[in-house]
Ligand binder design. Structure first.
Ligand code: ADP
Ligand code: MG
Length: 321
């Protein structure tokens, strides 16, 4: 059996390649040298076995996902990834689990130039907590409190396929195996919209990443910005698998399904061309789905402009039975 220190040395220690990190894993602290004049953006996300992922989840995808959800927070802030720490509670030092977990984690880290600089390792029920650090120029972070009446509301990528996969796994609905696999990839291996977030600096008034469902997450922007919004529900970009489902289910999963990790952002209507340029440069599709209003609350309209009354619950860990 591997010791704690062998495990850290074998799976989580690599030569640091960024000049902004004078010291990585192995000492009492890591040392960071952020670029001159930049602000640090810092966020932590914890994934708990049986709560955020199935206990038998594929470790390669899990390694990817636990960093992806953190990179998604940086993206939603317009911050460029710099480094992260990894706190792991493991039931045992199982190398058949650790090797693919580290591979999935570090492959995504390398893709985004985000260095693993430290962490903590302990025995316990499988729990993975990552703290990510990024950089953003002062005054350019995409906060939740900047939306203004008249802004357009935009969404990146597509929504709802991760929730559809969950419904398939829980047998709430029957899905053919290939559809379940395609939707499952959205749930297990989300794509953090890191390049888009950075490209929206200086353009978007407000942004958030959609982890708990669009209505709830957009609701955070509305509340913090003291505004309301109107969404064109049938303009929402539905996931390709969800597209073939019943319309009312498709609408519901787009509006309140979790685990999408797309960006929802607001931009003055005069800057549509800049949004499309930013999306093109980031290689990420975006869709205009609504507008910010002075009147508080969230209004949902169908393709004919008629109001839709849909249940809007977003995911809340403490509201679950
Ligand atoms: P300390 O007891 O001083 O907190 P640890 O023994 O916990 O140190 O960790 C030794 C070194 O290994 C530290 O640099 C720590 O940041 C790093 N480390 C521990 N666990 C991990 C991990 N899961 N991933 C990356 N680095 C880790
Ligand atoms: Mg420690």
């Amino acid at each position: 059996m591997l010791s704690e220190f062998d495990l850290i040395a074998r799976y989580f220690t690599r030569p640091v390649r960024s000049g902004r990190i004078p010291l990585g894993v192995g000492d009492d602290c890591a040392l960071l040298a952020p670029s001159a004049g930049m602000q640090l953006a810092i966020s932590t996300d914890m994934l708990v076995s049986g709560r955020h992922f199935f206990a038998d989840a594929d470790p390669l995808q899990l390694g990817h996902k636990c960093l992806a959800v953190n990179l998604s927070d940086l993206a939603a802030m317009g911050a460029a990834p710099l480094a992260f720490t990894l706190a792991l509670a493991l039931p045992d030092a199982d190398e058949a689990w650790l090797a693919p977990f580290a591979k999935g984690l570090l492959a995504l880290a390398d893709r985004h130039g985000c260095e693993l600089i430290g962490g903590d390792t302990t025995k316990g029920p499988l729990t993975i907590s990552i703290t990510v650090l990024g950089e953003v120029p002062p005054g350019q972070a995409l906060r939740r409190d900047g939306a203004q009446p008249g802004d357009d509301v935009w969404i990146s990528g597509t929504l709802g396929d991760a929730r559809l996969a969950l419904a398939g796994y829980l047998r709430e609905i029957a899905l053919p195996a290939d559809a379940l696999e395609q939707a499952g990839t959205r749930m297990h291996a989300p794509t953090p919209r890191a390049e888009l977030g950075v490209a929206l600096r200086g353009i978007a008034h407000a942004a958030i990443d959609i982890s708990d469902g669009l209505c709830g997450d957009l609701g955070h922007i509305l509340e913090r910005s003291r505004v309301g919004a109107t969404l064109q529900v049938d303009a929402l970009p539905r996931g390709p698998v969800l597209e073939s489902q019943d319309l009312s289910l498709a609408r519901r999963f787009c509006l309140s399904g979790g685990d999408d990790y797309e960006l929802c952002f607001t931009v003055p209507a005069a800057r549509r061309a800049e949004v499309l340029d930013a999306a093109r440069s980031a290689g990420t599709p975006v869709r205009l789905v609504g507008r910010i209003d002075a009147e508080p609350g969230l209004r949902l309209l169908d393709a004919h402009g008629a109001p839709l009354g849909l249940p809007l619950a977003s995911f809340d860990h403490f509201a679950q039975p």
